[in-house]
Design a protein around this ligand. Structure first.
Ligand SMILES: [Mn+2]
Length: 445
């Protein structure tokens, strides 16, 4: 499977989309990559004559997917999420409408012929570093109409207005890639780099060589110089903490128009709300500490982070991971009540926690470098499954799930039991893991 296969699959998907009619609903993630992807697809599909509406999502949760497929009567295009949930989406859809999934996370096969999973990973394009969802959306836009690339900067034969409206969408692939930290190695690579080159050729982005193999990117698309890091962070803030305050719409608009007054005001408001909420929870945690078990330490913010979205608990856990009130050798687990209303989809009859896990730096070293403790990618899916939680992509040092309120202690107990039973566990330095015995003994002392 190659990029050419990916482009052919997109082409077939687009042919199906044209048959399905002039309306399409984009369901997209609410971080910078998800909003940049939505911006690319909204513009490209509108240019192609589709009537487009958008639904931003924080997470793919089965009841949400069920409602989308019950309520929406147009074709549906998931972007920057859904790849792994293709079986859940298939079950919710049951052949009712054409559904395309354009994702770059670890995918699973769809089980409904009307659901077409175009996740990049199926075609050998890695969503870890090589292709953001927004770059995938940029490729989709170019298959739709090569004019969306528009390397000829001078719209000579066109009117000026049309020239403007036909501006290349390349820079948005880069916004998404940087939002997803695809420049971890110092510079963008793979398909993201090709999008970057297109954007540079269009005078949308300037590359600054900081040192050998390390670059910084300046957005010039909107006239003034804007550091890319500042731009994508603002978009993430609008979309994630601002999820319940119409932030995603402002974020998509900012992707297309650059910074504007209303977005600026919303960002200031969100920063005020966040600071106050963080301060409140920090004060409590410093005073009372986290609850501790043998391997875990946990706390709940209940609704203290409302009206901010549930990505907030993950960010907060990351910020406190090395704080002095946090035990350096235990998994950090934070709970945040998930609102019963999902913007654009109405009220849900649920009582659920978003759960975020992080690890303090010393524990991260034991997991990733020393390999003397199990990672979250192993612990969380199984622990969540045992308490009826929904499972999402997990890393060894960062993970998340959604579980019913009331089962939090069970989740922690399940994690403890899984650590205890793991061959790498300090409790089991015995015959099951002879090779790691010495290391484990060292780590435990
Ligand atoms: Mn992404």
């Amino acid at each position: 499977m190659s990029k050419q296969d990916f482009l052919s699959a997109i082409e077939k998907g687009i042919a199906r989309l044209r048959q399905a009619g002039p309306k399409v609903t984009i369901v997209h993630h609410n971080d910078a990559d998800g909003l940049a992807s939505a911006a690319v697809l909204q513009v490209a599909l509108s240019r192609a004559g589709f009537a487009v509406q958008r639904i931003p999502l924080e997470r793919v949760h089965p009841p949400i997917v069920a409602r989308i497929h019950d309520q929406i009567s147009t074709a549906i295009l998931y972007v920057d999420l859904g790849g792994k949930a293709a079986p859940v989406i298939s079950e919710a859809n049951r052949g009712r409408r054409l559904t395309l999934i354009l994702d770059h996370h670890h995918p699973e096969e769809a089980t409904d012929p009307e659901v077409i999973n175009l996740t990049t990973e199926f075609y050998g394009l890695s969503g870890e570093m090589d292709i953001s969802a927004a770059t995938a959306a940029y490729l989709f836009a170019r298959v739709l109409d090569e004019g969306n690339r528009d390397r000829s900067a001078e719209p000579s034969s066109r009117s000026q207005a049309e020239g403007r409206s036909r501006r290349s969408l390349a820079y948005l692939g880069v916004v998404g890639a940087l939002g997803d930290s695809h420049d971890r190695g110092g510079r963008l690579v793979g398909e993201n780099r090709l999008a970057l080159e297109d954007a540079v050729a269009q005078n949308q982005i300037r590359v600054v060589e900081v040192e050998a193999e390390a670059e910084q990117y300046i957005l010039t698309r909107f006239g003034e110089d804007i550091p890319m890091a500042q731009f994508w962070r603002a978009i993430t803030t609008l979309g994630a903490p601002g999820y319940y305050m119409d932030g995603p719409a402002l974020g998509v608009r900012m992707c297309l128009e650059g910074p504007f007054r209303e977005a600026q005001r919303k960002l200031e408001e969100l920063n005020r709300i966040k600071q106050a909420a963080y301060e409140k929870v920090l004060t409590r945690l410093r005073r009372e500490g986290l609850r501790e078990t043998k391997y875990c330490q946990w706390f709940s913010v209940e609704k203290d982070f409302a009206p901010m979205g549930v990505k907030t608990i993950g960010e907060f856990c990351g910020e406190i991971r090395d704080a002095d009130f946090v035990a350096p050798d235990k998994y950090i687990v934070g709970f945040q009540i998930m609102d019963r209303e999902i913007p654009g989809l109405g009220i849900f009859d649920w009582s659920i926690y978003k759960v975020s896990m992080r690890v303090p730096s010393p524990l991260e070293k034991k997991i990733v470098a020393d390999r003397t403790m199990p990672g979250l990618a192993y612990l969380v899916p199984e622990a969540a499954r045992r308490v009826g939680g929904s499972i999402d992509a997990c890393h060894d040092y960062s993970a998340a799930t959604v579980i019913p309120v009331g089962r939090e202690e069970e989740l922690i107990a399940a994690m403890d039991a899984l650590v205890e039973d793991h061959p790498r566990s300090p409790a089991r330095p015995g015959p099951r893991a002879p090779g790691t015995k010495a290391q484990t003994g060292q780590a435990a002392s």
